[in-house]
Structure formats: structure tokens, C-alpha cells
Design a protein around this ligand. Structure first.
Ligand code: TYC
Length: 101
């Protein structure tokens, strides 16, 4: 038998948290045509004409609208692709992302 027995006193609890989802947000501007915004929303976010029109209108009237929520990398990829679609046509269309609370 050893003279000294060392017993660990503190247990380490490992906490695993689910990664937060991220919102994709559509930002209004004065230049991008409404129809183009609707087209991008349908193409990138698989929305129907109705859904896309409603989201576009909320952004137009309130300044911003949450489009959808995804895992962070998917949200960022979609926001970048949708923003780039506007830039390719010379429009200042902007999609941003932010973590959900
Ligand atoms: N405000 C634009 C217009 O009147 C349309 C628009 C809506 C642009 C939503 C961007 O996120 C947007 N032509």
C-alpha cells in the first residue's frame, strides 16, 4: 500500500451547448427593384412567390426582415450569395447574419 493516497476532489463537468442558429436578415435600400429582391429570395431561399413578396415588403416598410435561420456557415454562405447576386447587377442589395438569442 502506498503511504499517500491522492484523491481528486473536484470533478470536471463538461457542458456541451448546441451551436446557436443564425438569422439571415434582408436590409432595405432605395435602389434595388422590388422584383429583383423577390427573384433573389426565391432562388436562394427556396421561397414561393408569395413568401418572397411578403418578406421583401416587410424589409421595404420596416427597414429589415428576417428571411430564415440556419446553422452559422449555411446562413453566411446564403447571405453572401444573395448579396453577390445583387452586386452582379450593380445593386446595393444587402443580406446580413446575426446569431439568435
Ligand atoms: N426599397 C426598394 C424599392 O423601393 C425595394 C427593396 C425592398 C429593396 C427590400 C431592398 O431589402 C429590400 N425599389
Amino acid at each position: 500500500m502506498p503511504d499517500t493516497v491522492i484523491k481528486p476532489k473536484n470533478r470536471t463537468k463538461t457542458k456541451v451547448e448546441r451551436p446557436r442558429l443564425h438569422k439571415v436578415i434582408l436590409v432595405n435600400d432605395d435602389f434595388t427593384p422590388r422584383e429583383f429582391v423577390v427573384t433573389v429570395l426565391k432562388a436562394e431561399f427556396r421561397m414561393t412567390d408569395d413568401q418572397a413578396y411578403k418578406v421583401m415588403l416587410v424589409a421595404h416598410q420596416r427597414g429589415v426582415c428576417v428571411v430564415a435561420v440556419f446553422a452559422r456557415d449555411i446562413a453566411e454562405t446564403k447571405a453572401t450569395r444573395a448579396t453577390d447576386a445583387g452586386r452582379a447587377k450593380g445593386y446595393p442589395l444587402l443580406f446580413t447574419t446575426e446569431p439568435e438569442e
